[in-house]
Every structure is written in C-alpha cells, then in structure tokens.
Design a protein around this ligand. Structure first.
Ligand SMILES: [Zn+2]
Ligand SMILES: [Zn+2]
Length: 140
C-alpha cells in the first residue's frame, strides 16, 4: 500500500489516496473521452481519496452506476467512482504519474475510435465484458 498525493491543474483540489494495485488501466469509452479529451488512464484506489476541500469539487452523475468528480475551477478530471461507493479510480497524471506502474488493461476497447492505438500487448475488454465483470445490469 502506497499513499499518493494528488492535485488538479490549478491546485484548488488536493487529496491523498491509498493505492495497493500498482497498475494503470485505460478506458476508451466515449464518456471518458468526452470528459477528459482523450482516453482516461487511471489507477484504482483502495477506498475514497481524502480531499482537503470538498467545496472545490464538482460531481457529475454520468450514468446510473458512476459519478465523475472534477475541479470546479479548472475542470480537471479528478476521480471516477461507482455510484455505490465501492470503486474509486484516479487519473495517473493527477497523482504524479507514479514510476514503476505499467499500463495493464484497456477497457471499452470496442468504443475506441480508429485514429489512435496504444502500442504493446495487454489484456483488453469490451464494454459488455466490463459490465459483466462488475455485475452491472445495463438494462438494454
Ligand atoms: Zn483545479
Ligand atoms: Zn470510460
């Protein structure tokens, strides 16, 4: 378990977070790409980040199962969390691009546009595969 300290572009949002899984996951879903301007590159946290100032945070409920937390001042993407509070992922960049972490998984690979690809081989999952793994019933 390692404690990382994170902050947004403008510095209004600061937090610390515990991470035991030293891996980076990429999400190619259209929501992440709209939210951050590109695929999200996230580290899974062991529980919620401890924010210094909750008032600096904006929260957007992007789906029935997830919320996106951002800085109200500069708009930096700070956190994706499941609506039930059981899963937290922070962008690798916002905790200082931890050394020694490798890109281990790509999800929503079926949502990835053709104009980019990440080099190298790793596990890749489609959106339906991810939903099944998380036990999410998407309805239709
Ligand atoms: Zn900010
Ligand atoms: Zn995504």
């Amino acid at each position: 378990m390692t404690t990382y300290h994170g902050g947004c572009l403008c510095g209004a949002v600061r937090f610390s977070v515990e991470v035991s899984k030293a891996e980076i996951d990429a999400c190619h879903c259209s929501m992440c790409r709209r939210w951050g301007g590109g695929p999200s590159l996230n580290v899974q946290a062991d529980g919620p980040p401890r924010f210094e100032d909750e008032a600096a945070l904006g929260v957007y409920r992007s789906s029935q199962w997830g919320e996106r937390v951002f800085c109200k001042t500069c708009g930096s993407s700070v956190l994706w969390r499941s609506a039930d509070g059981s899963f937290h992922a922070v962008p690798a960049a916002i905790i200082g691009d931890p050394e020694g972490m490798a890109l281990a998984l790509e999800i929503f690979i079926d949502d990835k546009p053709a104009y980019y690809d990440f080099a190298g081989e790793r596990k890749r999952m489609t959106g339906p595969e991810v939903m099944a793994a998380f036990g999410v019933d998407t309805g239709s």
